[in-house]
Write a new protein. Structure first.
Ligand code: NAD
Length: 486
């Protein structure tokens, strides 16, 4: 890759890196400095057509490649990602503004794991068989569909891109993937590693560009029979509107406004440590962040005192510094949007107990970066927009509740249903509340502890479908029943 001030992000189509066919580019920025650092191919339907054609040509050969060989190639790619670890964590940190320590412990290890997990999962597949008395035997073949369309967001770039590419190609599909135009660097590095791993050309194609052009060309492409999309709920609606009438298989992983419910009987040290992470990891820019903190009234004051103290110890600073906890937000526009919500919270009668503004003094390198202090708001009812809408920044609300019923009512009182955390030492309550919360995942006394075999996805406006383990293997294959008369 070229000098840092002149990065050029290219498409990867049919095994070759190249510009968008129109020659158009988008500016690429480093959130921590606010400076333009390069340009990104601004692809359109012509580039997507080329990528889909390449993926179609590669499909017959790849889908017939034995699972053991596909597995070997994916494992080789995982090793190459691991071998490029230090480079990738720096790229991810520079591209997103996230702290390099988070990229080191979360993003890149998970990208390696995604490829290893699905590379080995396909070696252990089992098929169903049903004997119809003595008359017939039925068995189920699971076959890849063809070209998978994969669209991913900016908050966990390589983590989420690989979460889609790995199961798609492990099961024998080929793919056209579009990472976020805001964070394309690790995707381009992945392209180079795919070539180095000698994965056949056309199996993985990566097209860069804006959503309404490159993304829409993928979701609306007649030769792409399945779409896996992760991003905002409003964009998910557009993708669904395009794909549904074309009868595409669709997986939508969308936004969240997740409750973090703390009962008086919880281990408060653990609850506060977990809440700090679920509030401010990745600047609150994780779909699973627990941005609505609900606390039992009898411990509300003690919780607030300690939570504010711990929050104010977090280091907001240069993402490239290992000591930094909270880095920069993804863009100027996003920072303005998040600051707009802080202003709205004030108008709605909320009290900004901590943060709420840009940090006072930052080192020269990052003086113009898109930073915001971790922000804690109280005093808002559940009807407030600040409580209802996904902010996707380092901003949480804290709300007291009186009993279990009220906690569940508040937890469920939003349009989203992605995840929740429940902190309690009462075993019966933990199971009861977990069963009553409307979300795809409920963590008890923890947050973001993921086993890749489990179902992941959202209820309500947080999405449709599940990914992870056998759910991904099923999504990326079509079951076919073969009935043999005896
Ligand atoms: P976004 O919806 O703006 O963009 C996501 C991707 O969709 C990008 O690649 C974008 O270019 C593309 N896109 C935009 N318009 C499109 C269109 N018309 N057709 C096709 N593609 C289009 O989301 P974002 O701002 O990048 O990411 C933040 C959102 O993602 C948050 O809402 C967050 O909660 C959500 N998210 C959800 C999960 C999950 O697993 N549920 C995980 C991470 C992020």
């Amino acid at each position: 890759m070229s000098r840092d001030s002149d990065i050029e992000i290219l498409n990867f189509i049919d095994g070759e890196l190249g510009s968008a066919s129109s020659g158009a580019t988008l500016d690429l920025f480093e959130p921590a400095t606010g400076e333009r650092v390069g340009r990104v191919a601004a692809s359109d339907a012509t580039d997507v057509d080329r990528a889909v054609a390449a993926a179609k040509r590669a499909f017959p050969g790849w889908s017939r490649t034995p699972a053991a060989e596909r597995s070997r190639l994916l494992l080789r790619l995982a090793d190459l990602i691991e071998g490029d670890f230090e480079n990738l964590i720096e790229m991810e940190s520079r591209d997103t503004g996230k702290s390099i320590s988070l990229a080191r412990k979360l993003d890149i290890p998970r990208a390696v794991l995604n490829f290893r997990f699905f590379a080995t999962a396909i070696l252990h597949e089992q098929a169903e068989s049903h004997a119809t008395d003595q008359a017939a035997v039925n068995y189920t073949l699971r076959q890849p569909l063809g070209v998978a369309g994969l669209i991913s967001p900016w908050n966990l770039p390589l983590y989420l891109l690989s979460w889609k590419i790995a199961p798609a190609i492990a099961t024998g599909n080929t793919c056209v993937a579009k990472p976020s135009e805001l964070t394309p660097r690790t995707a381009m590095r992945l392209s180079e590693l795919v070539a180095e791993a000698e994965i056949p050309r056309g199996v993985i194609n990566i097209v860069h560009g804006r959503g309404p052009e490159a993304g829409a060309a993928i979701s609306g492409h007649p030769e792409v029979p399945l779409i896996s999309f992760t991003g905002g709920t409003a964009t998910g609606e557009i993708v669904a509107r395009t794909a549904a009438p074309m009868f595409k298989k669709l997986s939508l992983e969308l936004g969240g406004k997740n409750p973090n419910v703390i009962f008086a009987d919880a281990d408060l040290d653990e609850a506060i440590a977990g809440t700090l992470r679920s509030s401010f990891w990745n600047q609150g820019e994780i779909c699973l962040c627990g941005s609505r903190i609900l606390v039992e009234r009898s411990i509300f004051d003690e919780f607030m005192k300690r939570f504010v103290e711990e929050t104010e110890k977090l280091v907001v600073g240069d993402p490239l510094d290992d000591a930094t906890d909270v880095g920069a937000l993804i863009s100027r526009e996003h920072l303005d949007k998040v600051l707009g919500y802080v202003e709205l919270a004030r108008e709605e009668g909320g009290e900004i107990v901590s943060g709420g503004k840009r940090p006072g003094s930052l080192p020269p390198r990052i003086a113009n970066g898109w930073f915001l202090e971790p922000t804690i708001i109280t005093g808002l009812g559940s009807e407030c927009r600040t409580f209802q809408e996904e902010i996707f920044g380092p901003v949480v609300t804290v709300t007291p509740f009186d009993d279990e019923d009220e906690a569940v009512r508040l937890a469920n009182d939003v349009r989203y249903g992605l995840s929740a955390s429940v902190w309690t030492s009462n075993l019966g309550r933990a199971h009861r509340v977990a069963a009553r919360i409307d979300s795809g995942t409920v963590w008890v006394n923890t947050w973001l502890l993921r086993d890749l075999r489990t179902a992941f996805g959202g209820m309500k406006a947080s999405g449709v479908g599940r990914e992870g383990g056998r759910w991904s293997l099923e999504f990326f294959t079509e079951p076919k029943t073969v009935c043999v008369k005896l």
